[in-house]
Design a protein around this ligand. Structure first.
Ligand SMILES: Cc1ncc(COP(=O)(O)O)c(C=O)c1O
Length: 377
């Protein structure tokens, strides 16, 4: 898009010429509480004046890390009460994969076609699009890919599998929402064969889908939950959470089985805590659900125009289907020229992804719909 960013606040990004763009992408799902939220900025300033990096993660007691981990333990599905902080989503995936291997003593991983989990070697190895994997092979061995949302395929998960990794709603795969029985069946299958279930909630977490975590839609508790993006309130922060028993595996044989210098940076954790507190104080999951309904119902009335064929979503994670890549591109470019930022997904060039800040107002939704309406006619 090439915007030269001068400022960003709330749902708006401003370029160096003063042109304002309505941001329906949130830096790919990061700015859930809006850009440069005052509570986050204050927390950053306060912590920056106290200390920045003081020691590698876990060696000293650094209060912002402890406070954020405590808050996460309160909001995550029980019994996921222990958090390991990283700098990014892909690092958190790496940590989760390593933990699962060491805890189970097994080597195999199962992932799903269309998934995206990051671009470091381990995460790429479990990424469900061969186009991005093949140039970098050989990758991790013992990874099996299954079709997303095909319940019968889950029977092939067996006792060799350390963990099954899944996005509860696929993001880059085209905003794919599984049928009601898919994830509960997967949970049961993992229990039956003793494989850990890892939910990648990097995009879906922190109110995006109308719940604090998408797992809540199916009343499922994964064994490990991976977080990033909106976690840091705009600062780089990732995490994986699990039970005390599973996480203890990283503390022994060898004692420092997984370390990071900058993971859980105090300034990022202070920002993350301010962001999470704002979400809780304003009941942001509920708000995302209501605004998502508003947006979705207006989008439904546009289906059938300009090769726009279908729309689906949970909360404010919404996918619009188009009949061709050309129509998709034309739509996104037209909207952009009119001041609305939207995006493709990485693996589906006929899906437009909408992920506005969850604080979006009705008038901003109306403004976006008017632009989309024009782009389709
Ligand atoms: C579902 C999912 N998992 C993991 C990642 C990787 O996160 P990061 O870019 O912070 O490494 C992404 C990034 O887009 C993602 O969408």
């Amino acid at each position: 898009m090439g915007i030269e960013v001068a400022r960003a606040h709330g749902c708006v990004v401003v370029d160096k010429n003063g042109t304002e763009y309505l941001d329906f992408l949130s830096g790919i799902g990061v700015a859930s509480i809006g850009h440069t939220h005052p509570a986050v900025i204050n927390a950053i300033k306060e912590q920056a004046e106290r200390y920045l990096h003081a020691m590698v993660y876990g060696e000293y007691v650094q209060e912002p890390q402890v406070r954020l981990a405590q808050r996460l333990a309160e909001v995550a599905p029980s019994p996921l009460s222990v958090t390991y902080f990283t700098n990014s989503g892909t690092e958190a995936i790496e940590g989760a994969l390593k933990t699962a291997r060491k805890y189970t003593g097994r080597s195999g991983f199962v992932s799903f076609f269309g998934s995206f989990h990051g671009d470091t070697f381990g995460s790429l190895s479990v990424g469900g699009n061969p186009l991005y994997r093949e140039p970098f092979e050989p990758l991790l061995p013992d990874v099996t890919f299954l079709p997303f949302n095909v319940t019968t395929a889950l029977d092939s998960i067996d006792e060799t599998i350390a963990a099954v990794l899944i996005e509860p709603i696929q993001g880059e795969g085209g905003v794919r929402i599984p049928d009601d029985d898919f994830l509960p069946t997967l949970r049961r299958r993992c229990d039956d064969v003793g494989a850990l279930l890892i939910f990648d909630e990097v995009i879906t977490g922190f109110s995006r889908t109308g719940k604090m975590f998408a797992a809540e839609h199916w009343q499922i508790t994964p064994d490990i939950m991976v977080l990033a993006k909106a976690l840091g309130g705009g600062m780089p922060l990732g995490a994986f959470m699990s039970t005390p028993e599973i996480m203890a595996t990283l503390s022994t044989d060898p004692p420092l089985a997984h370390v990071t210098t900058f993971g859980g940076h105090p300034v990022c954790c202070a920002a993350g805590l301010a962001s999470l507190n704002f979400m809780l104080e304003t009941n942001l999951p509920q708000r995302a659900q209501e605004k998502g309904q508003e947006l979705l119902s207006q989008l439904r009335s546009l289906v059938g125009h300009g090769e726009f064929t279908n729309v689906r979503g949970r909360g404010l994670m919404i996918g619009m289907d188009f009949a061709s890549p050309e129509a998709t591109k034309h739509f996104v470019q037209h909207c952009f020229a009119a001041g609305l930022i939207l995006g493709w997904t990485l693996h589906r060039d006929t899906v437009v992804r909408l992920a506005p800040p969850l604080i979006i107002s009705t008038s901003e939704i109306d403004q976006a719909i008017a632009i989309m309406h024009d782009a389709l006619h």
